[in-house]
Design a protein around this ligand. Structure first.
Ligand SMILES: Nc1nc2c(ncn2[C@@H]2O[C@H](COP(=O)(O)OP(=O)(O)OP(=O)(O)O)[C@@H](O)[C@H]2O)c(=O)[nH]1
Ligand SMILES: [Mg+2]
Length: 249
């Protein structure tokens, strides 16, 4: 059986406590059996701890990005995917998500059920202490806004677990501008405007290991600004999916 290549992009800032768990958590035997081959790419954002060394020893390709912020890191990852890659996964490096659940995100893509699958913590199984009440309320509110105003069938927009068919990433990346934590909101809203089929699957979420980089108020405000800004955004005509362009003609 020909193996289908999956690039897993992991943005990291000081994640020496969790990164090995994330990388070793993939069930490679099962993934192989199902026809997938992984390449793990860790984007190290000037970490001052041993993140890069640990990631390298665990078998990841490590790329250094000097400009600080999750948005920069992800975009650098997207621009460094091997040509033969068929699926792209994004996963946080703090071991709050379960790497072995990646098949839940990949299989609906391979079955052509969706172009993008987003792991939903709110619709899944959260361990006690994994998300503070304030953050949970914010995540829920943003999700409801996006569902209503962008007509996207997702149940958690700000999650750190996404999977895409490769062409979506190729078309989306040139439109991305976020440097930090507004990147998920930017991706979801722009993909919605580009006409992609986006759905959620339930996933688990555990308490963080290591320190958080998120500032709920400051980052929450930037995320909200991104939500409003993209209400008026539309892709260039050439970026609209062919089926959409035909139906609009
Ligand atoms: N490359 C890079 N990654 C970052 C940066 N800040 C955060 N990250 C990574 O982005 C992911 C999400 O960041 P977190 O700090 O866990 O934010 P969060 O998951 O929204 O919030 P928590 O609930 O506190 O975990 C983690 O893998 C971080 O290491 C950064 O400046 N650069
Ligand atoms: Mg986190």
């Amino acid at each position: 059986m020909r193996l289908q290549k999956v690039a897993v992009i992991i943005p990291c800032y000081n994640e020496e406590v969790g990164i090995a768990t994330v990388i070793n958590g993939f069930d490679r035997t099962e993934l192989h059996r199902r026809g997938y081959e992984l390449e793990i790419i860790v984007i190290d954002n000037n970490s001052t701890d041993r993140t890069a060394v640990i990631a390298h020893l665990a078998g990841a390709r490590v790329i250094h990005e000097r400009k600080k912020g999750k948005g920069y890191a992800l975009r650098t990852g997207f621009n460094n995917i091997d040509p033969g890659t068929e699926y792209v996964v994004m996963l946080d490096g703090d071991a709050t998500y379960d790497s072995s659940e990646v098949l839940r995100l990949l299989e609906p893509l391979r079955d052509n059920f969706a172009d993008v699958i987003i792991g939903s913590r709110l619709g899944g199984k959260m361990e006690p202490g994994a998300m503070r009440l304030f953050n949970r309320a914010g995540n829920w509110a943003y999700t409801m806004l996006v569902r209503h105003f962008y007509q996207v069938g997702v149940t958690d927009v700000l999650t750190g677990y996404f999977a895409w068919k490769r062409p979506v990433i190729d078309n989306l990346t040139p439109h991305l501008t976020s440097s930090g934590f507004a990147i998920e909101m930017e991706m979801v809203t722009k993909m919605a405007r580009m006409g992609y089929e986006i759905y959620s699957v339930p996933i688990g979420y555990s308490p963080r290991r290591g320190e958080s980089s998120l500032h709920p108020i400051r980052d929450g405000y930037r995320i909200l600004k991104m939500f409003f800004r993209n209400l008026r955004w539309s892709p260039e005509p050439s970026q609209v999916r062919e089926s959409e362009a035909i139906s609009e003609a």
